[in-house]
Design a protein around this ligand. Sequence first.
Ligand SMILES: [Fe+2]
Ligand SMILES: [Fe+2]
Length: 132
Amino acid sequence: MSLIEWREEYSTGIPGVDHEHEELIALINSIYEMLDNSADKAKIVSCLGDIYGSISSHFALEEKWMEQNNYDEYAEHRKDHESLLDDIGEITDEVEATDRLNAEQLRSKLNDWFLIHFKTHDSRLHQAEQNK
Ligand SMILES: [Fe+2]
Ligand SMILES: [Fe+2]
């Protein structure tokens, strides 16, 4: 049961970066696969916490590079990272309040977000990394 699948539209056009993003998606899926129908609230919350953790460590690496290299769009890029993490936080709050995970909502949030973020912010950033 995959949460999200790699899509060709996610591609930044830089093979090494796409590979990293594919790995991130695989990691998110492997965490999500630990959930089954009988998963209780605590298990779902801890799964979402792990997904949050894997995404935020990927972001932290990018942010470190941007900071060290005085990247011109650092603030905007970071803001987009924060907004996804906030959304995952909100989904987690909802589980806390309702005992249920709206998997469809999480899936569509991640899909939309990756589609836009990878194509715009990340492809620009990773292009700059390559030109260093
Ligand atoms: Fe990235
Ligand atoms: Fe990014």
